[in-house]
Design a protein around this ligand. Structure first.
Ligand SMILES: [Mn+2]
Length: 246
């Protein structure tokens, strides 16, 4: 193969599993088509949160579904493509399976990384907007081993149903939150980080609304968008970051 793998890709918020099996399956196939398209060029892929609308790894069991996407990701990682997975607020409960079986690199904290000559700050973005105090309290409970231990004790038939109901209701509540306000929260967070560190690109998901904003001549705020209505992604190559749509 003469094609050199030298491009970096970013996508987020597939929310597979939502709103129902059929719709999710169409989006999953589309995501796999996209991955096939970038496969000859991809050196690294960053999946920036909420890829699954619900995920939980029981001791011996994982939720049904998503076989196409999982297979595609394994196929890529087996070929040496680096795939980075950032848990979002919908798929935070991952405990090693994605690393072991899919070969993903999981980041539970914001990642600051240098790619070519540019510095990136990458994270899903939940809990960083203003007024997130209450949410962060809930998040640290969800992240606690007590909560995870208790959830694992619930039979999956019931536990997953409860989680899906919760996910739906949190989406309804989220739907009432002003997207502009959320973007503003992430933009302010970026500006705070920028005071003490040199970052060229701030990359977030979570808000499902593609956005690009120049913070300084050398620094940009970017929200990747989603794969529910926008099918947006980023391509980085030769120090150049492009917004693209599939
Ligand atoms: Mn999210």
């Amino acid at each position: 193969m003469t094609n050199k793998r030298n491009k970096i890709y970013f996508a987020s918020d597939f929310h597979l599993g939502s709103p129902n099996y059929q719709d999710s399956l169409l989006r999953e196939k589309k995501a796999c088509d996209w991955l096939s398209t970038i496969e000859p060029h991809a050196k690294e892929i960053y999946l920036v949160g909420d890829i699954f609308d619900f995920w939980f790894e029981y001791n011996k069991v994982i939720p049904k579904g998503f076989e196409r996407l999982k297979g595609k990701l394994v196929q890529l990682t087996d070929q040496g493509v680096e795939i980075h997975f950032f848990p979002g607020n919908h798929d935070l409960w991952t405990f090693g399976y994605l690393e072991k079986e899919l070969g993903l690199i999981v980041h539970k904290k914001p990642l600051i990384t240098k790619i070519e000559d540019r510095t990136f700050y990458i994270t899903h973005g939940d809990g960083l907007c203003e007024g997130a105090k209450k949410y962060n309290l809930l998040k640290s409970f969800f992240n606690s081993s007590l909560c995870q231990w208790a959830f694992e004790k619930i039979h999956p038939n019931l536990g997953i149903k409860l989680a899906q109901t919760w996910s739906k209701s949190s989406r309804k509540r989220g739907g009432q939150v002003d997207n502009e306000k959320l973007q503003e929260g992430l933009i302010n967070h970026s500006k705070e980080i920028l005071k003490n560190s040199h970052i060229n690109y701030f990359i977030f998901g979570h808000i499902h609304e593609p956005k690009e904003l120049e913070l300084t001549p050398n620094s940009k705020y970017i929200n990747i968008g989603d794969w529910i209505t926008h099918f947006s992604y980023l391509e980085f190559h030769q120090n150049n970051l492009l917004f693209k749509y599939f």
